[in-house]
Ligand binder design. Structure first.
Ligand code: AKG
Ligand code: FE2
Length: 330
């Protein structure tokens, strides 16, 4: 692992390594997840063309006229997929903090198919709801789905690293993520011609809700910050050729807070012509099976200690968090 300011984990090197070396690398990941849970992953093997095609498709979508983007709009507030227009979400509300809406718009898509035999009505109405695809740009859906599939695969590989880091068998999480309900979100943070309201950010401070998030911030961009263990806000740099990974609430719950689901946010660019830059990112939110119970992993419990949290179900937990962030119509 190389580490200047920010840890970079070489996934290809890990996967090539023999068991004892994997354990040693896992210990480094454990140390990171105990402090911030944010690291860069290189050696991921995702083809650059897949990344570029999805990135360019999202870029073209966000540059359509507002009425064209609106054709792919989510049909009602709280619907998870399709286009969510400007100021429709306030992430800080997921932590019961009243906040103006985030200065962003997004396009969101869910799992490619519904698992056979799934009948849970909430699951069907929420995470298996249809993605509202835009008609333009041409090829958007194909590029999106190719990137989504790569992210799902990468997330499963990282979950194997996490199992090793927790000194568990590598396939420990496999059954819990066999029918994942992950979501991919393309984010556009527009140029800020008008000054933000007091307390209004590009993305308010929040933790992510699921198992792990795979972020691709725009190359060379700033704005993403994490609150480090000392309580200071610290920038997370985009790392060329790597994805930024962070763990979410379910990993903290699973590990009884051995690992931290770190607070993060996207701050506004400095005012003025040079600072009013648009920023794009991709966030893939990996989420265990809808009906998977997430409870403290026995080996994460110190002898004599009690679990800190009641178990939750992956899907209903995600749904309640997501719905808590819906901003009232302006
Ligand atoms: O855009 C980014 O870099 C991060 C966005 C984020 O944290 C989120 O949407 O959960
Ligand atoms: Fe986030």
């Amino acid at each position: 692992m190389t580490s200047a300011d920010f840890p970079v984990f070489d996934l290809a090197a890990y996967e090539r390594a023999p068991t004892d070396k994997r354990r040693a690398l896992g210990e480094e990941v454990d140390a990171i997840c105990r402090t911030t849970g944010f690291l860069a992953v290189s050696g991921h093997g995702v083809a650059q063309t897949v990344i570029d095609d999805a990135w360019n498709a999202a870029h073209a979508f966000f540059h359509l006229a507002a009425e064209d983007k609106a054709k792919a709009r989510a049909p009602y507030a709280g619907y998870p997929y399709g286009y969510l227009g400007p100021e429709s979400e306030a992430l800080a509300k997921s932590r019961n903090e009243d906040s103006p809406p985030d200065l962003k718009e997004s396009f969101n898509g869910g799992p490619a198919s519904v698992p056979e035999g799934l009948t849970d009505e909430d699951a069907l109405a929420f995470c298996y709801a249809a993605t509202i695809w835009p008609e333009r740009p041409v090829g958007f859906r194909e590029a999106w789905q190719a990137y989504y599939a790569e992210m799902e695969d990468l997330a499963a590989r990282i979950m194997r690293v996490f199992a090793t880091a927790l000194k568990l068998p590598e396939d420990y999480f496999e059954a819990a993520i066999s029918r994942p309900i992950s979501a991919l979100r393309a984010l556009n943070y527009p140029e800020q011609a008008i000054a933000p309201k007091p307390g209004q950010l590009r993305a308010g401070a929040h933790t992510d809700y699921g198992s792990l998030t795979i972020l691709l911030p725009q190359a060379g961009s700033g704005g993403l910050e994490i609150r480090d263990p000392s309580g200071e806000w610290r920038p997370v740099p985009p790392v060329p050729g790597a994805f930024i990974i962070n763990i979410g609430d379910l990993m903290a719950l699973w590990t009884n807070d051995r690992w931290v689901s770190t607070l993060h946010r996207v701050v506004n660019p400095p005012p003025g012509p040079s600072g009013s830059t648009r920023r794009q990112s991709f966030a893939f939110f990996h989420q265990p099976n809808w009906d998977q119970e997430i409870a403290c992993i026995p080996s994460c419990l110190e002898p004599g200690a009690e679990p800190r949290y009641e178990p939750v179900l992956s899907g209903p937990y995600l749904m309640s968090k997501f719905r808590s962030t819906v901003a009232p119509a302006a």
